[in-house]
Design a protein around this ligand. Sequence first.
Ligand SMILES: N[C@@H](CCC(=O)N[C@@H](CS)C(=O)NCC(=O)O)C(=O)O
Length: 205
Amino acid sequence: MKLIWSPTSPFARKVRVAAYELGLHERLTLEALNVQPGKLNPEYATSVNPLRKIPALILDDGEAIVDSLIICDYLDALAGGDRIIPAANPERARVLTAHSIANGVIDTLVQLRYETWLRPEELRWQVWSDDLWDRVVHGLSWLEQRAGAPRDRFDLAAITTACMLGYLDLRFAGAAWREKFPALAAFEAAVRDRPSLGNTAPPQG
Ligand SMILES: N[C@@H](CCC(=O)N[C@@H](CS)C(=O)NCC(=O)O)C(=O)O
């Protein structure tokens, strides 16, 4: 299977962490693609993902699976199922809801990154950037309230939260989130040394 990715994409990292946790990482080959608004990547848009987002998983028969949640779900099933995404409710809904919040924070951070790094300065709208940051803070508060809850596995919600915090450190180093969200800081310290996270850490800088 081929994963189309980039080394700094938090969504691609999430898939790679999931693959490590599921013992499937050696079955993935990696192909880098540079994506960003304004870069049309016409071949990728035509043959893989019309929305031009990474990651995408290309199966051995050429079938393309897109969106990190769907790829993680596919990998979970390939590993036997019920490993990182619980099969039964209410646990399934709980994990997928927490995944949605952490994933939504990543989505918002990526938008903010485009706003503050890519968009020409004279075209920036401060109200929009402040609004996006407000969503990030509310998302972190939501996750903070649940971060201390006992976990019996490193599930997709935990994987996505860890990748989200890693992306905060990578792109928003001045955010000082550890002081404001101590339970998330404790969570990050507790999971940081997992090989799945260590082996997928983005290049710094
Ligand atoms: N919902 C998608 C989001 C993926 C996503 O936004 N990826 C970013 C890179 S981190 C991207 O491809 N951005 C390119 C663009 O929006 O033009 C997923 O979970 O896979």
